[in-house]
Design a protein around this ligand. Sequence first.
Ligand SMILES: Cc1cc2nc3c(=O)[nH]c(=O)nc-3n(C[C@H](O)[C@H](O)[C@H](O)COP(=O)(O)O)c2cc1C
Length: 144
Amino acid sequence: MRGFAITAPRICVACAAIAAAFVAKYPDATPDQIEFERRRLARAPLVIAVVSRAAPHVKIPEWEQVLSAGAAAMSLVLAAHALGYAASWITEWYAYDRGVLDALGLKENERIAGFVHIGRPAQPPEDRPRPPLEEIATRFGRDE
Ligand SMILES: Cc1cc2nc3c(=O)[nH]c(=O)nc-3n(C[C@H](O)[C@H](O)[C@H](O)COP(=O)(O)O)c2cc1C
């Protein structure tokens, strides 16, 4: 696993690659739609790309390598929040577009675990309804 901050000039390369990939998918896209896509990695002052490069390993199963990339992304989100920033872990369509990944310098075996967008909160984050714990957690061994 590795990570990199997407800052100028790489952001221009990434934005151009996303716009180009979008136009390749949707040749009839309007200039507004293309401009929206071009700005996807410019919505926050800092975007950190978390890259999974899971590969066969003598000791560490690939699944655990993938999980550790996820853990790194979540740790970035929690650390940013702890420092008073707002953070969002997203992938979106271009995380799976090889043309964009090439533009970001990812190797063939590398995948995007997430783009962590970090900035100052415009307003306090609202929480969303969460499932009741008993619906998603059980106590092992406890008789029903
Ligand atoms: C691997 C991963 C990819 C995600 N990709 C997206 C995405 O592309 N777009 C999006 O709106 N949210 C995405 N999310 C969800 C957000 O990170 C977040 O969970 C969601 O905004 C709701 O926030 P909450 O989970 O704190 O309620 C993704 C989450 C994970 C773990």
